[in-house]
Design a protein around this ligand. Sequence first.
Ligand SMILES: NC(=O)c1ccc[n+]([C@@H]2O[C@H](COP(=O)([O-])OP(=O)(O)OC[C@H]3O[C@@H](n4cnc5c(N)ncnc54)[C@H](OP(=O)(O)O)[C@@H]3O)[C@@H](O)[C@H]2O)c1
Length: 199
Amino acid sequence: MSYAIVGFGKIGQALAHAFARKNIDVTVASRRPPEALTPQARAIGPTVVAKSLRDALEADTIILAVPFGEHREVAKALPSWKGKTVIDAMNALVPLEELDGLPSSAFVAKSFTGAKFVKGFNHLVAATLAADPVVEGGHRVVFLSSDDEDAIAPVAGLAKQLGFAPVKLGKFNEGGALVHARGRTWGQLIFQDLFKKKQ
Ligand SMILES: NC(=O)c1ccc[n+]([C@@H]2O[C@H](COP(=O)([O-])OP(=O)(O)OC[C@H]3O[C@@H](n4cnc5c(N)ncnc54)[C@H](OP(=O)(O)O)[C@@H]3O)[C@@H](O)[C@H]2O)c1
């Protein structure tokens, strides 16, 4: 598997720390040229490599860590998302009418036609997500949801590799609703920093 993080701000960098901690290669990209991101990527670790957005999107698995309103721009950068797994780490505090009444991840997934689309790594503040997820033998929980049950397993595998304990919530409008903002209200599991004894 190959991994890319699109968006190298607070959440993108937090996730890059998680990859670096486990020596897992990850590409990072934003709208800026890779040279602008390289010093920060290097500071995080040698497995974190800045590339152009186009080159980063060659990865099999792409984590979206851009402001919600930018997802369409990222989606447009590839003619087809078939064969890709996209992990939505974004949160959207926007009126439901702007999302056609859908959970934000179901709305975003429409722009990434053909991709396996999973919501995850979105419920913690960046500083928490950046910290070592193994504390006193317990593993920090990350919640995963998707309308495609088969898409979750490889993302759960990645979460485990990174040291987190993945918890599957099911479909976006079922368990996944707990990690979505709805209108101006956060889902009940957002900001809950939970640990499991076993991954
Ligand atoms: N901050 C948190 O604690 C937190 C917690 C959970 C979830 N989230 C979610 O994570 C996402 C990112 O939040 P953040 O706090 O990390 O934001 P941020 O610090 O502002 O970083 C956003 C990043 O996205 C890049 N970007 C913007 N538009 C882009 C585009 N069209 N293509 C490629 N890259 C683009 C920006 O870089 P350039 O300007 O160089 O393009 C920047 O690196 C948001 O959806 C937010 O809701 C944030």
